[in-house]
Ligand binder design. Sequence first.
Ligand code: 2HG
Ligand code: ZN
Length: 478
Amino acid sequence: MPRPLKSGTLAELKAAVGSGAWLDAADDIAPFISDFRRLYRGATPVVLLPRSVDQIARIMQICNREEIAVVPHGGNTGYCGGATPDESGSQIVLSMRRLNRVRQMDAANYSMIIEAGCTLAEAQAAASGADRLFPLSLGSEGSAQIGGNLSTNAGGTAVLRYGMMRDLVLGLEVVLADGRVLAGLKSLRKDNTGYDVKSLFIGAEGTLGVITAASLKLFPKPADTATALVGIASPAQALAILARLRSAAGDQVTAFELIPRLAVELTVKHIAGVANPLDQEASWFLLAELSSPNPRQDLITLLTSELHEAAAAGLLGDALIATSLAQAQAMWKLRESVPEAQRHHGASLKHDVSVPVSSIPRLIEDGSQLVRRLAPEGDLIAYGHLGDGNLHFNVGQKPGADAQVFLTRGPTLEHAIFDLVESLGGSISAEHGIGRLRMAEFARRADPVELAVMRDLKRALDPKGILNPGKVLIQEPV
Ligand code: 2HG
Ligand code: ZN
């Protein structure tokens, strides 16, 4: 069990990073002690800003010896409170933002080695500079950091084609709880030497080690892209259109996002510069994108003819295919601004769930009934990565409804939605992780044997329980 910090240890930790590389004034540490959604507000005696792996190793040696809890902190864009210290005031925050070098770019090997504190946008730009694509793509990519993307196994809008962060990793460098450095930065597609140890740290939210750098997969840059916004009547039509596109274009189908009409209306209302170019009457909208590294693919023609055929089969109402980059960007802005529009609209209850893609219509139909029955002060705003079976099954406060009354519906509604998701063989956290927010539900619903294996791993890698305690796994009484 972690212990409170003694003043001698605090001085030792500050010395480990040197002057100018730690913060302890209330104003300076404020951004590090609450999460992006303001669900939690913790406390910390110090935020350390190391610049090197050696410094992090030294910090972990001290914290392991003194049993001090360490909370690794990236861009603070997480949705589950995974990077926020608890209220005890005894957990130190380890900011990764100064560990932000691109260590190696190997265009011929389609890989790069990059440190944890680089933002996702910086990683994308580095790849682009070498005429390569790093494909992970998220609304928060300007602030989200690679270490956080790895630690939460981030998803986003290109998972359909390229997979989640886990699928993009070739190697990892990790500082363990006792300060040893696991030097696993190989850049190999093939390496069958024993257990896949790196995979343990991906999605572990800093509870098994501190990821300091990664070797990441790169891809050819797209040279031809076709983007469309499509108005449809039902989620079942979305599935039928997705199946047609996949048959016609295979893995050139890069993104397939679902947006309900209410989300479009809220985005047009609250976000400057966003307009809906389509028939206002559609109940649902799709944002579909095809891409290929081959500039002669003529994906616009392919997408146009597929959408024409789908229209002839009665699968869609109105559709618009972007004819310029600006038009495609405007479509993406409409999709990516939905979370912000929801914030402007009022209180919301969020559920980041996944089911097999084939079960999406059932999820929406049965889930809508649950919302009507259990949260009558709210409207369902279910949107997101339909191609991956992942919807943000969010419920927004109805205009004029009492926010407090609405929010009291949260636990009962959440329980019912998670029961529904479970009955469909789904997950209660598709891409946002467990953090602190989903810990109890995760413990209740996970397979007990799987949970026991996770606890064994935690004990083996962090016997003193100092790495991000109070996140992911509920600690067992000692
Ligand atoms: C997205 O897909 C993000 O836009 C955020 O994962 C989802 O706000 C949300 O619930
Ligand atoms: Zn998402």
